[in-house]
Design a protein around this ligand. Structure first.
Ligand SMILES: [Zn+2]
Ligand SMILES: [Zn+2]
Ligand SMILES: [Zn+2]
Length: 175
């Protein structure tokens, strides 16, 4: 760790690493501070943003076959990208493989009947990894900004697995 790193602007030591609500990490100059009354920063305004390390995934790039990594953007959004992909700052252009897949949450069909309407449920995983069972008829009307279809939702506790409500006899035999 380089906590004692000096500010490139004024030479004062940098403050300890702090984290934003979206998971970004930064270090401010220790002589800088935010004045709530004048709504201006006082002292040195140097801020060093720390790179969030991409996380290696056990998945292959569908374009080139190299390993994929999970990257978190400056705004806390997650994406899978090809580990060979990069950015040439001097030439201002992407290098290597350009495969990127944004993680907006995913859903998979469940063999569970909705207790509200009798239709099938789906397992929805949010971009932050939370899981919920929701009705497959549920939707979102972007024009009217209103939910459509059935409103049944059940959040799963961490580690909980959805269980069918149609009886164990329908499950495949255990090996
Ligand atoms: Zn400084
Ligand atoms: Zn690739
Ligand atoms: Zn339903």
């Amino acid at each position: 760790m380089s906590d004692q790193e000096a500010c490139p602007k004024c030479g004062a030591p940098l403050s300890p690493i702090s984290e934003t609500p979206t998971g970004r990490k930064l270090q401010r100059c220790s002589t800088g501070s935010w004045n709530k009354e004048t709504r201006q920063s006082e002292g040195c305004d140097y801020v060093k943003w720390l790179q969030v390390e991409p996380q290696a995934l056990d998945e292959k790039c569908p374009k080139c076959g190299a390993a994929l990594v999970m990257q978190v953007t400056r705004f806390g959004k997650k994406m899978k990208k090809c580990s060979t992909g990069g950015w040439d700052a001097a030439a201002k252009q992407a290098t290597g493989c350009d495969f990127v897949e944004w993680i907006n949450g995913s859903s998979e069909p469940l063999d569970i009947t909705c207790p509200q309407c009798g239709d099938k449920l789906v397992l929805f995983t949010t971009s932050s990894g939370k899981k919920m069972e929701k009705c497959s008829t549920a939707g979102w009307d972007a024009q009217n900004k209103a939910a459509t279809g059935c409103t049944y939702v059940r959040w799963l506790k961490p580690g909980e697995v959805p269980v069918g409500n149609n009886g164990e006899e329908h499950l495949p035999p255990q090996e």
